[in-house]
Structure formats: structure tokens, C-alpha cells
Design a protein around this ligand. Sequence first.
Ligand SMILES: [Zn+2]
Length: 466
Amino acid sequence: MTLASWMDESQTFSPDAKMAKHTPFFEPIINTFNDGGYNPSVSYHYNPNVASYHYGVRHPMKPFRLMLTDHLVSGYKLHEQMDLYETRRATKEELLSFHSADYIDFLKRITPENSAKFANDLKKFNIGDDCPVFDGIYDYCQYYAGASLDASRKLISGMSDIAINWSGGLHHAKKDEPSGFCYVNDIVMAILNLLRVHPRVLYIDIDLHHGDGVQEAFYLTDRVMTVSFHKYDGAFFPGTGNYEEVGVGKGKHFALNVPLQDGIDDESYIRLFKSIMEPVITKFRPTAIIQQCGADSLGGDRLGVFNLNIRAHGECVKFIKSFGIPMLCVGGGGYTPRNVSRLWCYETSVMTNVELNSKLPETPYKSWFEPDYSLHPKLGDRFENKNSKKYLEDLRIQLLENLRYLNQAPSVQMQEIPPDIQNITDDDEAKIVERLKRESKIDKYRDEERYYINKKDESRRGELLD
Ligand SMILES: [Zn+2]
């Protein structure tokens, strides 16, 4: 066999008689490339360990939804469309870039066995039903934060245009306490990392809940604009996120909140989203975007009150992607694991410009997707839509009014990084740039290594089939 014929899959992988009798594993993938020709280089950041942690039997947050997602992604062969990185744990120093030392020390020390000894700390750090102590809690935090930090580094070095970390997006965590199932705030840490080289970072949050932890961290700065779409009535968790919250001081008008009522449907959500985000992006001119893709805004979510379908949620992500700005995509909420995994798999296909067949591929967990085995089950009819046309129109006018103050995007000098966010000197800056350069050299080396390893694996597969 010549090399050329070995490279031609149709000649190498002769159809196996047994396989041919069964339904093929994968429907054909059609590349659409219909985003004005934007064909980003996408990286996928995941460590399987993160899916094995357990908040408790009755707790709605189920990290194994990440494993389901990963199986769908590889079942559809989307991993072939991306650079894959098994992520490392965030270091303590990285966690301290946002969190206080005594809180991180507490997370490191606390276990279900010794928690009785920490009664005062449990109270001080707001540990309870929402944020329980579980086995490996600190490792879990390190894994999901490390993945967001790795992903942000790929954007900084220019090796990825879009970097995906579905295990991240834990937007409620505060500097010195956990909140709403979130212990450390990977988004804030990733933004701080991006700010080292990016003058302006836009944060977009389409979780069901207000992205309060991220908003609070950057409430005083004009270098990070936070925009959150969420259910709001003053009582719904976390209780913040009315349109009147716009930022303070230098940060005034650099926070935007879109309070919504129960039952919002695909059409009104998408229309509102696009009509707000288009002027935000053209006026603020972000050089990097973080898109939080919380899946609890889907219809049928265990904790949800909206009526969104998977395509509508994905349409928002597709719209942001169409601006061609470097983007970090993270997960977030989402408490019906089968729909969380469907959504994030679909959104992975959106990033990689791949059209998926609605029929789900064979995976070891196919039974989770009974009875329809579809990527797009109908989700959007559980709640009455309490968002009247008038409510949405008044809201839109109010929000566009807030945006009038954004006519001049701040052209920020790196030296102007607010000291409350990051105390960084010119020397530090130079060191960081140096380190990033070294890191991208290492990355390049690793890429080459991976390429050779993959090639070796392919030849093994070929040998077996021959
Ligand atoms: Zn949420």
C-alpha cells in the first residue's frame, strides 16, 4: 500500500460487515461556513476529572452533565474539528488573583469529615444547602478554574479564536464566599487574565440567573462591560439584576441588565438579544468576549422558568460569534443534564461551523435521551409568557437609552488597570508578556507532539483494520 492510498480513508477503512448491518454511528456532518466566511480556530478545554465530583444526592448541580456533554461532542465527532486540551488545575496563586486568602485556605482545608470543627467558618463563608461541603471541593474548583484560565491563555496567545470550557461559567462566586452552587469565579479570573493584554473585555451572560459575581467584580471599571439577560422580580435568586444597575464611578454605564419575566419565548428573546448586543458591541468595541452559556434558561430546566429551545439559545451564541472577536465560551447553570448536554454539544457545533443531524449519535449514555433521541426536543411550552410586547419594548428603549453613553469606547492605556482589580506595574507587565511568549512556544511544541501521537494512533487503527 502506498502512502497516498493509506491517507485515503475510503480505501483504508474497508466497511466492516458487522458494522454495516447496524445503524451507522454518525450521520454525515455538513460544513456550512455560513458566517460570512468566518472559520475560527476553536479549542476545547476539558478535564474528565471535573465531572466526577458530587454536590450531594438531592442537589440539582450535577457535574456529570459535563461527561454527558463530552460524549455527545465526541459522538458527533466534533472533537475532530477542534484543538483538544486536557486542562490542568488552577494554582493557589491564580485563585488568589480574585479570591481572598482566608477563603481559599478554608476551601483547601474543609472536608465533610472535619466540617464540624469549622462551625464558625461555615457560617462566615455562607456554606449551606446551595453551597455544601463535599469531597474534593477544592480540587473541583481548581479543575474548572484551571480550564477557563487555560482557555483564556489560548485566546491571548492567538492560538485560538474561540476557546470552550463547558465546566466553567460559575458566575455567582464572590471574592470571599461561595454563592448559588459556585465556589470560585473562573470567569472573573479569566477576565483578569485577558485584561493583561486586552484593553476591553465584554462579558455576556444568558444564564437564567443574574451574573452578579462577575458584575460586582468589575462594577467600577470601564474596561469590562457586563451584560446579563435573566429572570428578575427582586426575589428570584440572586435578587439583583434590575435595569437600574448600570455600574458606578468610572464603571457607570458599563454594566447592563436585562430583567425578564417567566416564560419568555424564542422569538422575543432572540429579537431583544440581537437588538441590544449589536449596539453594545459596535459601541464598546471589545477586543475579547466571554460568553456565559448557562443552560438553565432553556425550557424544561429543573430550576427554570423560561421557554427557550436549544436552537434559540444557540442563535444568541451564533450572533456573537458572527462579529469575529476572540471569544471564550463557558457553561454555567443547567439542571436537566440531558438538555444541558444537548445544548452545549449544539453550541460546540455552532462554534465549529458544523451542521449536526438531529438524530443523536450512539454513545454509552444514549438511554438518557429517551424517548426521542433527538438533539432538538421541543422544550418551549411549559410556562405562560409573562413578557408582554409592551414590557419588552419599554425595556428595550430603556436599555438603548443606557447605551447612549457608550458612544466613545474607552481607549485605555494598560497602565490604567484599576488598582482595585489588578495591581500591576510595567515590570510585571513585561514579565507577563515574556511568560506568554514562552508559553506559546511550549504550546507549539505540544501541538507538534500531539500531531505525531495522533498520526501514530491513526496508523495503528489502519493496521488493525488491514
Ligand atoms: Zn443559573
